[in-house]
Design a protein around this ligand. Sequence first.
Ligand SMILES: [Fe+2]
Ligand SMILES: [Fe+2]
Length: 452
Amino acid sequence: MTINYSEKIPNNVDLSGDRRLQRALENWQPKFLDWWKELGPDQSSELDVYLRTAVSVEKQGWAHFDYVKMPEYRWGIFLTPSDPNRKIDFGMHKGQPVWQEVPGEYRSELRRLIVTQGDTEPASVEQQRQLGKTCPSLYDLRNLFQVNVEEGRHLWAMVYLLQAYFGRDGREEAESLLERHSGDLNKPRILGAFNEKTSDWLSFFMFTYFTDRDGKFQLASLSESAFDPLSRSCRFMLTEEAHHMFVGESGVGRVIQRTCELMNEYKTYDVREYGGIDLPTLQKYLNFHFSVSTDLFGQEISTNAATYYNTSLKGRLDEAKIKDDHLLHDASYPVFEVREENIAKNESPALNAINERLRDDYIADCDLGIRRWNKIIENSGHDFRFHPEGSIISEEEWEKRCNEWLPSESDQSFVQSLMKPVTEPGKIAGWIAPPKGRINRQSFEFEYVRFN
Ligand SMILES: [Fe+2]
Ligand SMILES: [Fe+2]
């Protein structure tokens, strides 16, 4: 089904055929816009930004590029087309047709899954609110705003599900998604990583590499859900998520590239005085973002995760491609556990280890990009290795040594000191290399954002 852009809320779900739902969403729309103006990108409402907008949900050619003022972005509701033959791939309902409505007995679990996912979307926009003021180039500024408007759309995707399928509690949850705020002491966002600050661009690139990738894995396992509207929403969100991770991988890669150039030019590892970010500091930022992101996968052994799987609500990554019975009653999965003085692998019931398995898949996926980053260092003629030993340490030793592993206050203020805005087309900050890729075939010199 094509997207109807003549409506107030663009959609491919035949919204005008359901007046009650249409009214509920039209009622929520101004609240969303108020939130965007208050907690979205700061001082950005007058900028013309070269953004892509979804015009079709088909694989080919779904994006349209043009200058848009962000508050006028056409946020809407787009689901991947339905497959009338889709069957449930896992859990106790395996083999049955997928559900078009929410079964009463799973209502609260499904609502919780949708709210938890939905909460992360506006959270990251809030976290990135101030970054526009210190962009390293117009190209990067445009990418930041693209990520922001798409996270806003992901919120729409989850709010649609809540309003369409969960009645009054759904409407209340939709309101709460705009009332909790990242880092707010009284009403924080649900998950820890989404209450951290993203106050500099190195953190932003690490965030989009590691934390948006958590999003990819959560969406991928929710796209296996027996609740078909959730599955179809997540499938379309995944197409947008890919760009966010590209921004992260290429962003960090360009910082490394620049650091290596400075190392070669000045024959030193200590590139700070030449305006670069030294590799040990990059490593510490990576350690931090990787750690808070792996934490998002939840407890290693989790009865909630077992229930979600067992009741066919949330699957594993690429469920259909895994060669087993997709019930997991008798299967085991190795999980690291702390035993007295050391950490050992322990065979655990696979159903309870669903979170851990997804985390392992995530770590393997992170590793691919890290290898490409290491290649940049290697290609510049350097050998840089870092080995955290993986042994158990005391609280005391942690306090004493944490600045060796995580960004210290002085590391952070150094990185912050480099954050000076560069807004002339074709120019770039000194701590990052220009991109190799293009946006919609436009070169780096293109005026991606117009200041009026
Ligand atoms: Fe998202
Ligand atoms: Fe994202």
